[in-house]
Write a protein that binds this ligand. Structure first.
Ligand SMILES: Cc1ncc(COP(=O)(O)O)c(C=O)c1O
Length: 432
């Protein structure tokens, strides 16, 4: 039998980043009874009462009553290929206008197979050649650095600061790239509670980032996956809502506010692209790229998400209210449990204090690697994610990421007790 050699396949396949997510899933599969602080996925019980059929019917009624389709045509929409740009663009644009004050027209929106596809398409479109570099806040969501690797794009990290991205460091990296004959073409940020860092950009940093993007001529990829978990009455405007210079490509997902299995996300790309034949929106070009990647986002998935939005008055805030309450409660619960159980345990165990999002980072006096994770799972029945997975370089090797989203408060309590036993026995014992 002929065999393939990995070194003759695309370099991204040899990248440990691509293997790490599979490894975590594999560990979870091997220890089904372990309490898992690993996934940033919603708790399964949150989807158990989602009535897919009734949301689909709600969307069909919308197609008939608001868009003037016949009943037959509306039903057929769900079973056919659809436009690459999507079916629920108007609903998403209206929700972003209403809830986030973004001046978005539905033509600027492309409905994607999750935020992941939106990242891939945006990078593919913006980065034209080997001189174009993606800047990311380091540590960062593996989905963006992974997408860049798939496309063979160079990625540089900007150390994460408590206020998100360090603007001075970013400015210096822009200049250094120029000296090397490269350009930072895009900078990926998650301004509201980054995954995994948990940072949040204050308003002045958001404005500063937009000014820098204008001055240094790069685009900002804004990922808003966790913005809905912001403390009540403490929202800060999204970058896209502040974007007078059209520097921001805004990426969103319904994975956390609805459910990830729908695989529905979106990208707002309202930049005008000039060409010989006239100008078109960047969204138009992203849709053209999409037609060669996933063709279109499943109309069934879009119908369910569209129905859910309609059922909540077309408002993202209404749609996410219950989940936002739950995740805020879980994050506080996890923080208190850690302080209770670990607080006075060891001077070298520290945690960060995010105000939202799904994740808390814990620094331990040992290498928090896959071997330690294996011990934690096998002997103590508790899972977490090594932070090193999210760093571009060697950093993060003694930190773990704990997610609060996949567990009930009772499971969080038990998980933290197990984690404490594990740390006491395996990490803090002098023989290690
Ligand atoms: C920062 C960030 N962006 C986006 C997503 C969701 O991506 P998708 O819509 O492809 O599931 C996640 C999920 O973990 C995330 O952490």
């Amino acid at each position: 039998m002929p065999s393939l050699s990995l070194d003759q396949l695309h370099a991204s396949l040899s990248d440990p980043l691509l293997g790490s997510i599979g490894f975590l899933n594999e560990v979870m599969g091997r220890y089904p009874d372990a309490i898992s602080f690993a996934p940033g996925a919603p708790h399964p019980s949150l989807s158990s009462d989602v009535d897919i059929a009734s949301y689909t019917e709600r969307f069909i009624a919308h197609l008939v009553h608001d868009r003037g389709l016949t009943e037959t045509r509306a039903r057929r929409t769900l079973f056919e290929y659809g436009p690459s740009r999507g079916l629920i663009n108007d609903l998403v644009a209206e929700a972003l206008r209403r809830d986030h004050g973004m001046d978005v027209h539905s033509d600027s929106v492309v409905i994607t197979v999750g935020a992941q596809e939106a990242m891939l398409l945006s990078l593919r479109a913006l980065c034209a050649g080997p001189q174009d570099v993606l800047a990311v806040v380091d540590p960062c969501f593996a989905g963006i650095s992974g997408a860049a690797r798939l496309l063979g794009l160079p990625v540089i990290g900007i150390d994460e600061s408590p206020s998100g991205v360090d603007l001075d460091a970013l400015r210096q990296k822009c200049r250094a790239a120029r000296h090397r004959g490269q350009r930072i073409r895009a900078c990926y940020v998650a301004p509201d509670f980054s995954n995994p860092g948990g940072s949040r950009m204050p308003l002045e940093n958001r404005r500063g980032l937009l000014e820098l993007a204008e001055r240094e001529d790069f685009y900002v990829l804004e990922d808003n996956a966790y913005g809905f978990t912001a403390p009540i009455a403490a929202e800060i405007p999204q970058l896209k809502a502040l974007d007078d210079g059209q520097r921001v490509v805004h990426i969103g997902t319904f994975a956390k506010v609805c459910f990830p299995g729908a695989r529905v996300g979106y990208v707002v790309a309202d930049q005008q692209v000039q060409a010989a034949g006239g100008q078109r929106l960047l969204a138009h070009h992203l849709a053209a790229l999409k037609s060669m990647v996933t063709v279109n986002t499943s109309p069934l998935g879009q119908a369910v998400i569209g129905g859910m939005l309609l059922e909540h008055g077309g408002s993202l805030a209404e749609l996410s209210r219950r989940k936002a309450d739950l995740y805020r409660r879980n994050l506080t619960h996890l923080a208190h449990a850690l302080d209770r159980e670990l607080g006075a345990m060891h001077p070298h165990i520290h945690r960060n204090r995010p105000e939202g999002g799904f994740f808390i980072r814990v620094r331990i006096p040992a290498r928090a690697d896959m071997n330690l994770l294996e011990t934690s799972a096998a002997k103590y029945g508790v899972l977490w994610t090594p932070m090193s997975q999210f760093h571009l370089g060697e950093a993060g090797d003694s930190e773990m990421r704990l997610s609060c989203s996949y567990l009930t408060p009772e499971e969080i309590d038990e998980g933290v007790r197990r984690l404490t036993r594990f740390l006491k026995s395996e990490v803090l014992r002098p023989h290690r």
